[in-house]
Design a protein around this ligand. Sequence first.
Ligand SMILES: Cc1cc2nc3c(=O)[nH]c(=O)nc-3n(C[C@H](O)[C@H](O)[C@H](O)COP(=O)(O)OP(=O)(O)OC[C@H]3O[C@@H](n4cnc5c(N)ncnc54)[C@H](O)[C@@H]3O)c2cc1C
Length: 218
Amino acid sequence: MTNKTKPRIIVVGGGAAGLMAAGTAAKAGARVLLLEKMKQPGRKLAITGKGRCNLTNSAEISDCIAHFGNNGRFLRQAFHRFFNHDLIDFFADNGLKTVTERGGRVFPANGKAPEVVKTLRNWLNKNGVTIRLSSPVEELIVEDDQIVGVVAAGEEFSATAVILATGGASYPLTGSTGDGYRLAINIGHNIIPTRPALVPLTCTPPEHSSSEKPGSEK
Ligand SMILES: Cc1cc2nc3c(=O)[nH]c(=O)nc-3n(C[C@H](O)[C@H](O)[C@H](O)COP(=O)(O)OP(=O)(O)OC[C@H]3O[C@@H](n4cnc5c(N)ncnc54)[C@H](O)[C@@H]3O)c2cc1C
């Protein structure tokens, strides 16, 4: 297949999901264009795990699924296709060693979350993904009930398939401002109302400052 006749996949959003999706599609033989609205991809990924990036957990599939309660079944198929050991091997193959710590938490051995982003970016480059930064997708183009492209920063891009990987709405400074919900609604998808999870709690007056150790006397 010549480059022109290969299917063209557009990935919207260069976070953890978008980077993996783009590289995987390119490795499978597609022409891939990744459109990221920030100046850099993986902004959130680079600050995860207090800057160390808790990549995965070494627990068994059944254990992981059990932690998701009734929704866990949804993950079974995906986990059977790509699980924690696949991710660890993937990063090892691409030059990023990992360590497993207390509670089965897996981190990059060098303790640097930005290195995870760098490793993924190198992998995308190796597989020929085109990355356009500062390119916010504003619209998904649908013709005859079929997605045919997107509009980003006023420019039209055609595609055989579009992967929406814009993240949720947490930590907007990193780029995830809920655009994906609006883009999906605009082409007729239903969105289940979102709720925050894993949020910090604040109280007034602040009873405990962060410098106080639990159990320390006043
Ligand atoms: C402080 C913090 C610490 C965390 N620590 C961990 C951890 O240690 N381990 C862990 O597993 N998870 C952690 N998480 C959760 C993890 O970061 C998210 O689950 C993960 O980043 C989600 O990936 P994503 O690709 O879906 O979304 P995101 O990483 O949010 O990426 C979405 C991307 O889409 C881009 N985008 C948005 N709208 C558009 C648009 N219109 N056009 C183009 N691009 C667009 C954004 O700029 C962004 O780059 C943490 C989260 C936070 C906030």
